[in-house]
Design a protein around this ligand. Sequence first.
Ligand SMILES: Cc1ncc(COP(=O)(O)O)c(C=O)c1O
Length: 277
Amino acid sequence: MSTAYLNGDYKPLDDCQVSVLDRGFIFGDAVYELIPFYVQNAFRLEAHLKRLKRSLAEIGINNPHTDEQWQTIVERLIAQQDEANGSVYIQVTRGVARRDHAFPTDTSATVFVMLAAWPAAIEGALDKGLSVVTADDIRWNRCDVKSTSLLANVLMKQKALESDAHEAIMIREGKVLEGSATNTFIVYQGAILTAPKDHLILPGITRDVVVELIQALGLPFIEQAASLQQLQQADEVWLTSSTKECLAVTEVDGQPVADGRPGPLWRQVYDAFQLQK
Ligand SMILES: Cc1ncc(COP(=O)(O)O)c(C=O)c1O
């Protein structure tokens, strides 16, 4: 049983309990972060904490901890387990209050942090690539906030799994935005496209790492959402996230991407990513 952190206390995960009146439970009134660690070192911790602070500010929850306090919690939990690689999940809710949409004035945030095992490798992911389906983006207009209100993403992911695909890529007004839990890169006519960091996507930390690598490798890059047609005619498609890192997609809606194998640009970026860890 791994140790978790709840409102100032470190205790076994099974002993962590929050009220049913917690606004995270009642309204999904909460934000979260997921920070991977490699060889017991939190990866891009500063960037994850910056995004957490921004998510909190955007929904009007006071940040309950300083960066140093967050770092202590994250590092202490990592140190209390034996796995080399894994992730730390942080959730901050607006706290416990009588059910009312209006923000309560007399409650403090609920802070919950737990560890998660590194997910098992997806069979064939590196040699064969992943398959995706496209789906209408039915989410709200603040996808830049890392909110725990993930119902649309959950439904999209389930749609993908029920179609024997690994992920759903969301399309809004003909534009390819991101996956249900991943950012999306499209290689079209030699240039790498990814949607800009506006209110329609989550600003992925892995996305930023991959953009840095693309630039360091001198590959042609355009920060622009690809069209659905460009996705269908892409040379390569990649997904990025903290736990998937950067994986190639070789099938979109049952059709092969180019020759149906992970492409050469993906391989360059993937190899460069492995050196970052
Ligand atoms: C909707 C969405 N986009 C992108 C990502 C990737 O973000 P990151 O690279 O920070 O894990 C996630 C991760 O959970 C996500 O939920």
